[in-house]
Write a protein that binds this ligand. Structure first.
Ligand SMILES: Nc1ncnc2c1ncn2[C@@H]1O[C@H](COP(=O)(O)OP(=O)(O)O)[C@@H](O)[C@H]1O
Ligand SMILES: [Mg+2]
Length: 305
């Protein structure tokens, strides 16, 4: 039987705080990579902590493979590991000590924990720094040490709250490779506000806005929610702008226009005739996100700056 996550009308109001989650309801298969996206304050961390059994919701139910994890968190905890948003590798420990300690804490025997830590640090390319103090490592290496602890654990449901925030592009790309490999036998639930990262990496994506799930599914499920399926961009630097044939609006260099199949055909032909260079792409997650959060794509107002 394949694993799944089911959230039923989950709400959370912090004591003296505002409502962080409002009736979050969804069901997703617990396989591959799921990315929860949303701006700061959307409620991502709150939702992750509830799913990881660290925080009680004010109301609602969560089931993982039929287990009610609010009523019976202990029966699922062995399968769950989390890197909280604020997690940092302890500066005066080494990567080896960090990973081993995590495994011991989860109940692994010492000899096995040590062997497993060495093995995983090697897999993640950290052997040369395994016995140096964490504080001497680069930002990317420190983050990888935290990921190594999850990889080494026996948990098969891994939560990572903004694992790539603040990393340089190369470290991010390295982490993506690690996660892509890891998802083959573990379920990864991550949050990010890098939309191109979510699009590239994830099997499924959820959009959280002001405590509500606005959309959830595969990229093609999300694309199906917006009326216009393609974006056309002008990439011609020799011209400033062009008048679009079908609606008379002015399209500037660098701006995008959202179109359906027919419009794409008409406009592309027009741009070719006028000798403009352009690109046509399926709408990106970023386009969809802004459309759903701010209602910009679709309808009659196709042209955007
Ligand atoms: N411990 C807390 N006490 C009170 N309010 C909180 C607490 N944690 C988060 N909040 C509030 O809940 C909302 C959602 O926060 P959070 O889940 O951290 O969002 P995100 O991770 O998407 O940035 C915000 O308005 C935030 O200020
Ligand atoms: Mg957060």
């Amino acid at each position: 039987m394949s694993s799944y996550f089911k959230c039923n009308d989950v709400s959370k109001t912090y004591p003296k705080g505002q409502m962080a989650l409002r009736g979050v309801t969804f069901e997703i298969p617990a396989s591959g990579i799921f990315s929860l996206i949303g701006r700061n304050g959307a409620g991502k961390t709150t939702l992750v902590r509830i799913l990881a059994t660290e925080l009680m919701p004010s109301s609602g139910d969560v089931f993982i493979d039929g287990v009610d994890i609010i009523k019976d968190p202990d029966s699922i905890r062995k399968r769950i590991a989390i890197i909280p948003q604020e997690a940092r590798a302890i500066s005066w420990l080494t990567p080896m000590q960090t990973v081993t300690t995590f495994l011991l804490y989860r109940g692994m025997k010492y000899a096995e924990a040590k062997a497993r830590s060495r093995e995983v640090l090697k897999e993640l390319g950290l052997t040369s720094v395994a016995d140096k103090l964490n504080r001497t490592l680069s930002g990317g290496q420190k983050r990888k040490v935290l990921v190594a602890a999850l990889v080494a654990s026996d948990a098969d449901i891994l939560f990572m709250d903004e694992p790539t925030t603040g990393l340089d592009p190369i470290s991010r790309a390295e982490l993506w490779d690690i996660l892509s490999e890891l998802k083959k036998n573990k379920f990864i639930f991550l949050t990010t506000h890098y939309l191109e990262e979510a699009e590239r990496l994830s099997d499924r994506i959820g959009i959280l806005d002001q405590g509500e799930i606005k959309a959830i599914g595969t990229m093609s499920d999300l694309r199906a929610m917006v009326p216009k399926k393609y974006s056309i961009s002008l990439i011609d630097r020799d011209h400033g702008s062009v008048e679009i044939e079908n609606n008379g609006s002015l399209m500037k260099i660098g701006s995008r226009i959202f179109v359906d199949d027919n419009e794409a055909y008409v406009i592309a032909r027009d741009l070719i005739n006028k000798n403009f260079r352009f690109s046509i792409n399926p709408v990106s997650l970023e386009d969809i996100y802004y459309s759903i959060a701010r209602k910009e794509i679709g309808g009659e107002e196709g042209v955007q700056d």
